[in-house]
Ligand binder design. Sequence first.
Ligand code: SF4
Length: 505
Amino acid sequence: MSEAPMNDVSNEVGPKIIDGKIRCDACPVLCYIRDGQTGACDRYANRAGELVRVDPHILLSQALSEGQAVVPFGGQMAEWDGDILHAGGTFVTAIGAGTTYPDYKPAPFIVAAEVDGIDMVTVVTEGIFSYCGVKIKIDTDRFLGPEQSTVRAQGEAVGHVTTGEYGSQMLSLGGVHHLTGGSKKEGRVTCDTLLALCNKEAVELTIDGGATVIVAAGKAPIVNGVAEERMRVGCGSATIGMFAKQWQGKVDEVVVVDDHITGVLSEHQAGKLLGIPDTGIRMRGRKSTPGRYFQVAEPGTGWGGTDISDPLSILLPFDPKVARPGSSMLMVSTTGEHAAYFVLDEALKPVERDLPRPLQDSVARIKENCEPALSTVLFMGGAGGSLRAGVTENPVRLTQSVKRALTLVTCGGAPAYVWPGGGITLMVDVTLLPQNAFGYVPTPALVAPIEFTLRLDDYAALGGHMDHVQRLSALSADGLKRHQVTQHGEAPWPLTFHSRTDRSA
Ligand code: SF4
């Protein structure tokens, strides 16, 4: 059961008890929590007058070998018995570690261990990210909505459609304007949506002027109720390039229908090099370069991400000076999902016929070359603010250390990409984190685990909180509930990676 936050007028720092309620000071909400109850975020509870983090603190164990699959990731979670066979094989994550707000207090755990003969330290905290969001890559050719369109969850604006990339469409959700710049409900729904997406749950999003899409990290997107199976093999032009030789001698003309670039074999450079004769085909749309056409139709959920269901609708009448009756033509989409075969009649009109066997094989080959369609969710947040003060008394030195690659940044043990430029703005693939690694506070903001790993001597040099460093072995004696989970098989091991840092550079 959750306690409502109370207004706090005290400047006193640290948990305190008033009328049997304990004040949580792990975020600016400052909940007062009765015995047996949890705070507004369900992350902290009052257990017999003691403020405790509800979820277990997570330690990662190194996968036995590179590429080892962890199935299901998080399913192998077990209570940590405090046993450390090999210090370099245990990584202390920030998941369940708690937050020490305001951040001038040292981070909850600053843990040293010797790895390959080098003293390393990992500083962990559950960061409160008021300025964060997710970038979503949706592998589909189907039109999701116009660029810049608003993306909604539960009717609230939570983000927008951003630039479409090769075979995928991108959404940008969250960020400071939706979290804190709109109505209270908009902020709450945005926070809920980000939290669910980061914890790999399915979320239904509707796009103004576009589709409804269900997205879950690492799963196939569902567009307007239809699960996407495969992403395109390439654009229409690339498909012509890839398969031109396989079509030679089997069909006179091939049109690869694509919302971005529709390819025409006889006009394309690949067709020219193979000596494929002109067929008199004439296309709608805007010719870019020979055999490559833009805007043959409107975007949609039909053939090749266009709005067409009849492929002939993108053709103009054949040129009677060049075309000849009996010519054959394959029309196919970039995923091989749609295909049709035509033969020109005496009036040079294409008449549909059964797809000949060799062309069935080439369509199957296109399908075979299409990779599984997935939704990818990257958490993106800026850790360049006060969070750094929990690591060092001189926060800018942490940023500098990260930029010099002396400090490794991970989220729940997963590798984070840190953007160049100012601050510590990071992105992380949420599928590489253990389950339920993210939380929230009702300010609203997302709570994300973040760890900084570096050499102990570097930590001292950047003004780290050395008097709070504890050995890994000491964790077993602090009485906290800890669980151990094997790292994701695709993630590099954070300690091994960093102990190889070349100090001579
Ligand atoms: S919202 Fe959670 S972290 Fe914030 S004060 Fe309340 S219980 Fe503590």
